[in-house]
Design a protein around this ligand. Sequence first.
Ligand code: G6P
Length: 587
Amino acid sequence: MCGIVGYLGNRKAIPIIMEGLKSLEYRGYDSSGIAYFKDHKIEVIKKEGKIQNLDALLNYDEDTFMGIAHTRWATHGKANDLNAHPHTYGKITLVHNGIIENYEDLKKALFAKGKHFESETDTIVVACLLDELYEETRDMLKAISLLMQKIQGSYALAILCKDETDTLYAVRKDSPLIVGVGENETILASDIPAILGVTKNYYLLNDKEIVQVKKNKVTIYDEHLNEVLKETKTYQGDLEVSSKKGYEHFMLKEIHEEPEVLQNLLLKYTKEDKIREVFDITPYKNIEIVACGSAYHAGLIGKYYLETYANKKTTVTYASEYRYQKHFFDKENLVILISQSGETADTLAALKLAKENGIDTLSIVNVRDSSIARSSKYVFYTDAGIEVAVATTKAYFAQVIALILLALNTVEDRASYLASLRKLPSFITKYIDSFDYESYAKRLATCEHIFYLGRGIDYALAMEGSLKLKEISYIHSEAYPSGELKHGTISLIDENTGVIAVVMNEELKEKSISNIKEVLARGAKVLAITPIDEDFASSKILLTKEDAFLNPLLAIVPMQMLAYHVAKIKGCDIDKPRNLAKSVTVE
Ligand code: G6P
């Protein structure tokens, strides 16, 4: 959600900045813009829509060696050219990721002083305020430090000042920003893929740290303007993060990476019947899982394994709800935050709330050194590698496995469970290719509504299957607990409704099958995803019957593949679905 790039160095800035900006497209955006120095003037070019619209207006050969750029995901004010970043007021031009919560009050105060702006964004208010503070202090560092005392909310800002043609500034609080340091060049960015064209080495910034970038010098200050000395980190992963490696879409590539991701997790954390280096949840009374989106769905699967195998009472709550609900904090509980990006604003806020109340926190995070990872007491990295498609697949699966390992760590007699888990990567490899997903998808793509049904763990699986389908294919879809159907939803079912039934849980199969029959009796076509080779649906993706421990996990890839193929048939922008952002850094 919003991407920031800033560059200062000895190479022409526009190609480098734009390469970085394009690598952040996955975050989700609806307009983009760039600002750079040319002949001591700041040029600003911005455009609604895809980055290509901006690209078409740029001269890549421009003699400029410093600039800032942005992809905007509209929050305050429509997605149009005017509201796109960068924003300029007086001598200040800046880009912003985050939300300024007190911008209305600030705006009123600035209006009262006769200041006016056309853009409806919260960001223009920051530009105006910073300009005022700069005019007062004539010192950018002081002005930025004072700005932080006045603005509330979340922000990563990259800033140019008209008076300083050789300096780039940045600051962050609760929104991501890293500082890549190359040889005689520096690149600021919201995420690692954007710096890799320049360097693998980068500084992480803590909240309220200010960066001053000059030609051969990067200086970092705390909010009181004391210099902060830091070590750089080095990115260790794959440099080809922006390549689809021959796959048509990142989502398909990432599904294909699942066997390796899971294999690596199992190799790292298990040996024979032992589990190593996995956090021990035994001392805790209850587990509270907090997450958003697919990570929340992973949490629901985790609940099943933690309750069934570790005998730990587990609750799962949306982070956006957790923040504002009534709490009965209990220091004997453990709060587990799950997040692919490690930057989700609601999850981060929930983490802070739990910490403030003295509760131990464990985060299950994919992106190393992300805000959630750095703020929680304990971390379990899923190390699924960079995920580019907005619709998560491999990172979600890795979250599920991490939760299962937490559960199994408490189980003494775990050899047979581990043996089952170790079969999973080869099943996934098989299921990616085994079924004619395209032909099932052709039928589903004609439906206006698709229901996913399941009971118990199958319902948790169905929720993620349904989310995957709707987010990338734009077909309305809902997951329902099979038993709830006749309490209302069945009135929506007719011969045009698509129904996908997840029946992986053998113990509940009779109940699930009788619910499916009720749906068939209303004329709907039911596609079952199941290892049960009986005649209870219109068609079936028939999986291998394994033990009760492994069975549920076998349904995940077929559901991901189905969603992918439906979206492909419908011609959707699979990797970058409309309105969605991969990293949701605002509340
Ligand atoms: C967004 C993404 C989802 C993701 C959710 C939580 O909505 O589109 O795929 O599950 O955020 O993100 P996180 O990074 O915290 O796992």
